[in-house]
Design a protein around this ligand. Structure first.
Ligand SMILES: [Mn+2]
Length: 336
């Protein structure tokens, strides 16, 4: 798809993507088939009830630095056509006898931030069908809309959100805006979420640091502690143990900037000193394998493609594939 076409399909209010002189646009590689840009992993269309649904929310209004997350979902789906269908967790290649559906993208209705978040909620509600949802973003500001939808299924006080992120996203407001992506986790607590476990955090304000210390609903695992050459491994094992011991419903929110900027060079706010790719994989696999967890789904957000560097969307596509494989491995175990 041409950059111009994508720009015209961008949500109202999203500004022209720019990052210094680099154009933040997604230009489809020339040899990619139509199916590859439409369906995750380039899989054929399915009939009947899906086991996994890939949803696209190209939402961007409050990104504070680099822009272009609005092109993230499409770029991730296209990149996924190059991801291997083999995963060691599964006895057969993906889709491993299951049905994976890539839904039509959210179209960006609404003139204000609030209206757009309400419209995202409507879109997510229209795809509530007992399949496992994976939501591609778009910016992290969509998280409270997702939580509102989850709140229709489970008591939010019982919900644990596992947040992979460079930022705490616990500000009460940013630039006078309480719906900013920088406030996403704080708004989830306001909605009644019982627990937020954060990993990879390394960029936060004094206000956020004090909030985390005071509010027992938030546990922040700082990147500096888990990656420390002295004792980092011990902290990392504690993190994995904490995940294994979660009981009840879990939602995974994966802001790709939680990974080190090497893996996500074009995300909105790339931050050095972050998680390794394999640490994110291990986090996903540990949530999936936790004996008392009811894993409800995941969102993978802040994906910003670039014309000259496809690493960010490939990282996202591979992690989404891992989420699918880990979920389906669980399903197979339940069926056994
Ligand atoms: Mn975030």
């Amino acid at each position: 798809m041409l950059y111009q076409q994508l720009a015209s399909s961008a949500p109202k209010g999203a500004s022209t993507p720019s990052f210094g002189t680099i154009k933040r646009a997604f230009v489809c590689p020339p040899f990619v088939s139509d199916l590859a840009t439409r369906n995750f992993l380039g899989l054929p269309e399915i009939e009947g009830h899906p086991d996994v649904t890939i949803l696209s929310v190209p939402y961007e209004l409050t990104t504070s630095y680099g822009q272009g997350t609005t092109y993230g979902p499409k770029a991730t789906i296209t990149a996924s056509s190059q991801v291997e269908l083999y995963d060691p967790l599964l006895p057969e290649d993906l889709p491993c006898g299951f049905k994976i559906k890539t839904a039509e993208s959210w179209s960006g209705e609404g003139n204000t931030l609030r209206e757009q978040l309400d419209d995202i909620e409507k879109y997510l509600n229209s795809h509530q069908n007992n399949s496992f949802p994976i939501i591609l973003g778009g910016e992290h500001g969509m998280l409270p809309a997702i939580v509102n939808v989850i709140g229709k299924k489970v008591e939010l006080k019982d919900l644990t959100i596992v947040q992979i992120d460079a930022h705490a996203d616990l500000r009460n407001e940013l630039d006078g805006d309480s719906d900013s992506h920088a406030c996403a986790a704080r708004r989830c607590l306001d909605l009644g979420v019982g627990k937020i476990l954060q990993i990879g955090i390394r960029s936060f304000s004094r206000e956020e640091s004090e909030f985390t210390t005071k509010d027992k609903r938030v546990e922040a695992w700082l990147a500096r502690d888990i990656l420390n050459p002295c004792g980092g491994e011990i902290a990392w094992r504690k993190w994995l143990n904490t995940l294994s011991e979660i009981s009840g419903p879990v939602w995974l929110t994966l802001d790709v900037d939680g990974l080190d900027s090497v893996y996500v060079p074009t995300t909105g706010t790339p931050v050095p000193g972050g998680l390794a790719y394999w640490q994110v994989v291990e986090t996903i696999e540990t949530i999936a394998a936790a004996p008392n967890v009811d894993w409800l789904g995941a969102d993978v957000n802040e994906i910003v493609p670039d014309q000259n560097n496809h690493v960010t969307e490939f990282t996202a596509a591979m992690l989404v594939t891992k989420i699918i494989a880990a979920h389906l491995a669980n399903k197979l175990e339940e069926q056994a």
